[in-house]
Design a protein around this ligand. Structure first.
Ligand SMILES: [Zn+2]
Length: 82
């Protein structure tokens, strides 16, 4: 017999009381809305300049490289390239 272990994601930020925040994170984020989950990131942020080595730009570059790697892997698998 298998048991369904109910897991749920929590914010996990340290509260003023020293405990761990048990609120659920904002959608698509790791922290709840009280602990930074609502702060705009990347080009949604008012200080966004769209240049340099900002965290968001590094993330986008890494995502693009991963797409290329996956594409090359697929092309090799089906014999389009060697
Ligand atoms: Zn929180």
């Amino acid at each position: 017999m298998t048991y369904m272990v109910k897991t749920y994601v929590v914010c996990g930020a340290k509260t003023r009381g020293g405990t761990t925040c048990a609120r659920r994170p904002s959608l698509g984020r790791n922290r709840c809305k009280l602990h930074g989950g609502a702060s705009p990131r990347g080009n949604h942020h008012w200080n966004w300049q769209g240049k340099g080595q900002s965290r968001e730009m590094r993330r986008r570059e890494a995502a693009g490289l991963k797409r290329v790697r996956d594409l090359v892997k697929t092309a090799k698998a089906i014999g389009l390239i060697r």
